[in-house]
Design a protein around this ligand. Sequence first.
Ligand code: B1M
Length: 211
Amino acid sequence: MSILSEISENLQKGRAKVVRELVQQAIDEGISAKEILEEGLLSGMNVIGVKFKNNEVFVPEVLVAARAMNQGAELLKPLLAEAGVGSAGKVCLGTVKGDLHDIGKNLVKMMMEGKGLEVIDLGTDVPPEKYIEVAKAEHCQIIACSALLTTTMGVMADVVKAAEAAGIRDSVKIMIGGAPVTEAFCEQIGADRYTADAASAAEVAVELCSA
Ligand code: B1M
């Protein structure tokens, strides 16, 4: 079995310590951070996602897999960030109110930092007013919102409205993403950009900051 498959298998079993060791071993063997992320960690998490949907695994299994994912991803962070020199712009990022999913949000953060952006991580369960408060205080060019639930994606519309009400809509771009979010939804709520994955989010953020 290849080391990337081993990472995927152990992640699915929630073996955080083993995943961390294997990720380190893969780095030492010269495998790129992108490959380890996509073919090891993300591929394992996708399998868990499908099994969760089919009721083959349940919340506790998903939680330990998520912890293993975060442990492995943490080691990749400096490698993904290596390419970035200085700050290409400032972003405040969070998962919207009512939503506790943070794996995708953490990936977006890693990718953005990898592009040299300064990212203020607001965490999960972030109310609209918090994005606005931080964006104003820190002079962020971008507010970035992640949502994984159809029941929480509507909060993104409230973020757009809150930015308008606070008078900062012209000076801040609002980016949105997460599994249930679409381009059409982005247009519908008047956000600036939707991206489907973390790498594209980072590219678009750099583009928006340099515009
Ligand atoms: Co939850 N969960 N979960 N969950 N969970 C989903 C999202 C779900 C699709 C599972 C399913 O039913 N198939 C489903 C949502 C259904 C829906 O709304 N349509 C679901 C549900 C229902 C729930 C609960 C309600 C379950 C319950 O309690 N009954 C509950 C909600 C809790 C809450 O948030 N209030 C819940 C809880 C959990 C756990 C806590 C157990 C755990 C989260 C752990 C954590 O995040 N620390 C969890 C997990 C892990 C999942 C699945 C299995 C995996 C999500 C994930 O991390 N994927 C998920 C099923 C699935 O997606 N297949 C599921 C990997 C991650 C890298 O992908 O976050 O999509 P993702 O990020 C992607 C893109 O979306 C994009 O970039 C990433 C790829 O590069 N992206 C952005 C994300 N944010 C972006 C922002 C951007 C741009 C791109 O710009 C700003």
